[in-house]
Write a protein that binds this ligand. Structure first.
Ligand code: PEP
Ligand code: MN
Length: 337
């Protein structure tokens, strides 16, 4: 339920509305826009409905929200969410590029990749230390050692860092080192992990599950937000379809669909969506055109030797070319990069 206050409501009447909500054991979420002040109500609203909240002084109207996700819902918060990662803004009129290797493989590999990411204009370095691999015999990641290399690369380059966590144990370790926590496609509905991520005070980037609908994805975001962490970034990384020419199918329409449903920032990952290096550039341009807030791109100093996802990784030169190619498109849509 959303309670919309009248334009010139008094402080006293506003407080009274909050008291009524909280007095019934419900939670009030405030959203102050330029012209409207909304109070989103979370919890079992039956008792509140009996109080006829639309009749409370200075209440303009009451809107029922049928979607099960509330805090992630655009109806609850009309202004787009901008997440400030220590000076790097995700959302608003900024365009952010996260780049780095699929997996952190060694100190030198990561540092070399971090330098390439920075040279190409990325603001955030990605790198997996806990890898969710299809086969248990594939490289599983350097775990905490990899996190230490990530932190060293941040020191050396000034880039912010993001890493994926695959368990609560990994989350506990990663939160000590990185700026943004990533929850991958395979864990999008790992509800216990989502709840844990909701209790940290760092932004969380939630990738879309392999076969998740947009509503399931937004409900997963709600799990994080309902625990108190509202700094959630969504990342479209392709979905499973019948098509086999690409690793997944980039659901480019997810970006405008999400824009109509949520205020959260949206990133596109063309690397995992396509699995093919040659398609990264056109898909990145498509992401810019549909108004994504940024990209996540896999790069590697020598993709042929990468321990994972080499076929979709760009080398430093190709990454430089990509960002140079994207710049005019990004300014055309009125964003800063
Ligand atoms: C990744 O970003 O390293 C990754 C494993 O991606 P996804 O969860 O989208 O498969
Ligand atoms: Mn990868």
């Amino acid at each position: 339920m959303i309670i919309v206050m009248k334009q010139n409501y008094s402080k006293e009447n506003f407080k009274n509305v909050i008291n009524v909500i909280e007095g019934l054991g419900l939670t009030a979420h405030l959203s102050k826009g330029e012209h409207t002040t909304l109070i989103g109500v979370v919890g079992d609203k039956r008792a509140l409905l009996k109080e006829n909240p639309e009749l409370l002084p200075d209440v303009d109207r009451v809107i029922q929200v049928s979607e099960t996700y509330k805090l992630a819902n655009k109806k609850f918060k009309t202004e787009p969410t901008v997440i400030d990662v220590d000076g790097v803004k995700i959302g608003g009129d900024n365009f952010v590029i996260m780049a780095g290797p699929c997996a952190v493989e060694s100190h030198d590999q990561l540092l070399e990749t971090a330098n390439a990411a920075k040279a190409g204009g990325a603001q955030i370095l990605r790198g997996g230390a806990y890898k969710p691999r299809t086969s248990p015999y594939s490289f599983q990641g350097l775990e905490e050692e990899g996190l230490k290399y990530m932190a060293e690369a941040r020191e050396a380059t000034g880039l912010k860092i993001i890493t994926e966590v695959t368990s609560e144990h990994a989350l506990e370790a990663a939160v000590k080192y990185v700026d943004i926590i990533q929850i991958g496609a395979r864990n999008m509905q790992n509800f216990e992990l989502l709840k844990e991520a909701g209790r940290i005070n760092k932004p969380v980037m939630l990738k879309r599950g392999l076969s998740a609908t947009i509503d399931e994805w937004l409900n997963a975001a709600e799990y994080i937000m309902s625990e108190g962490n509202e700094d959630v970034i969504l990342c479209e990384r392709g979905i499973r379809t019948f098509e086999t020419s690409t690793r997944n199918t980039l659901d480019i329409s997810a970006v405008p669909v999400l824009r109509s449903k949520t205020h959260l920032p949206i990133i596109v990952d063309p690397s995992h969506a396509s699995g093919v290096r040659a398609y990264i550039s056109p898909l990145s341009k498509a992401a810019v055109a549909v108004d994504a807030d940024g990209l996540m791109i896999e790069i590697h100093p020598c993709p042929e030797k990468a321990l994972s996802d080499g076929a979709q990784s760009l080398n430093p030169e190709a990454f430089n070319e990509l960002t140079a190619e994207l710049r005019p498109f990004i300014s055309l849509v009125g964003r800063k990069f």
